[in-house]
Each structure stands twice: as C-alpha cells, then as structure tokens.
Design a protein around this ligand. Structure first.
Ligand SMILES: [Zn+2]
Length: 79
C-alpha cells in the first residue's frame, strides 16, 4: 500500500476518490475542466457515459475533484 500524505481536512471530505485524485498531479484540474455545468444543470462529461440517468451538476466526480483541489491547496500552504 502506498502511504498517502496526511493533510488536515474536514471529516467526510476525504473519500477514497478524493485521495486518489490528490495523489495524481494535474488530475483534479483535468476533472474539473471536463466535468462542468452544461448550462442546464447537468454534467457535460457524465451525461456522455450514462444514457439512462441525468447526471446533475455538480456531479460526484466534480465534487471529489473540487475537494481534492482544496486539500492540495491547504497542503501547499501548510508546507
Ligand atoms: Zn461529471
């Protein structure tokens, strides 16, 4: 198992997905760029892969990426 740098974060924010995104440089920004509001309150990226359901924006992936961005920013300032 790879050890992940511990950073102060609010309880509930640090999900496994957030941890993964934080560990990948540039991933948070890429996801945020892809998962955007298409203008009707839905995610531009998620609706491509999920025909059955409408993915509302912010989707869970965007939320995780945004949380990861905050974690990275906090970690950078603390060092
Ligand atoms: Zn999405």
């Amino acid at each position: 198992m790879e050890s992940v740098r511990e950073v102060p974060v609010q309880a509930g924010t640090m999900t496994p997905l957030v941890t993964l995104i934080v560990s990948q440089p540039g991933m948070a920004g890429r996801l945020i760029a892809q998962h955007r509001d298409d203008g009707t309150g839905r995610c531009t990226a998620c609706q491509l892969g999920a025909q059955a359901g409408r993915s509302r924006w912010p989707c869970s992936i965007y939320a995780a990426a945004a949380a990861a961005e905050e974690v990275r920013a906090d970690g950078a300032e603390a060092r």
